[in-house]
Design a protein around this ligand. Sequence first.
Ligand SMILES: Cc1cc2nc3c(=O)[nH]c(=O)nc-3n(C[C@H](O)[C@H](O)[C@H](O)COP(=O)(O)O)c2cc1C
Length: 185
Amino acid sequence: MKKLLFIFTVVLSIFTIDVNAKEINMEKGKVLVAYFSATGTTEKLASKLANVVNGDLFEIKPAKAYTDADLNWRNEKSRSSIEMADRNSRPEISSKVENMAQYKTVFIGFPIWWAREPSIIDTFMESYDFAGKTVIPFVTSGSSDIGNTSDNLQTLASKATVLKGKRFPSSASEEDLKNWIAILE
Ligand SMILES: Cc1cc2nc3c(=O)[nH]c(=O)nc-3n(C[C@H](O)[C@H](O)[C@H](O)COP(=O)(O)O)c2cc1C
């Protein structure tokens, strides 16, 4: 009986992945995995996700890299504290997506800063035309959940369809990511 249940679960999961693969066109060049990572956690996750969804990996690189002092959230005068206290802050990005028009699905990864997306993600959202694209956030954090970030991204790219997205622990595996992709909504 256990064996039967196992086979049933496997068949069901293959079917689900297949259904979603139809929604996310995973042909090469159709999915972008863009990420910002100040200390490497989100970068590792983004690289695993790019493998899982056959996506092109793109780093959102700050024109001025964040130093440890910049990232000190205990200091209200640190660069990150100042940027995050100002909803209109738009830190400059030095990298550019070559052909954004080709991507139908854009995963956007970032660390949670002060319970939301870092301001540089706001810069990214305003730098491209997301009309008709599906945007899917994925985040890492100390403990906070993804919160309202998806609503924030939706406001910045009103013509995109922004899914709720998900927060992952730094230990998340490709298997965890595959399971998530299979039930995306
Ligand atoms: C300025 C700043 C603010 C942060 N705010 C939060 C927060 O509100 N909630 C939380 O759980 N973690 C917070 N963190 C922790 C990061 O989200 C976490 O360490 C993340 O995995 C780092 O990702 P990265 O290595 O890709 O930069 C903050 C980190 C920094 C530097």
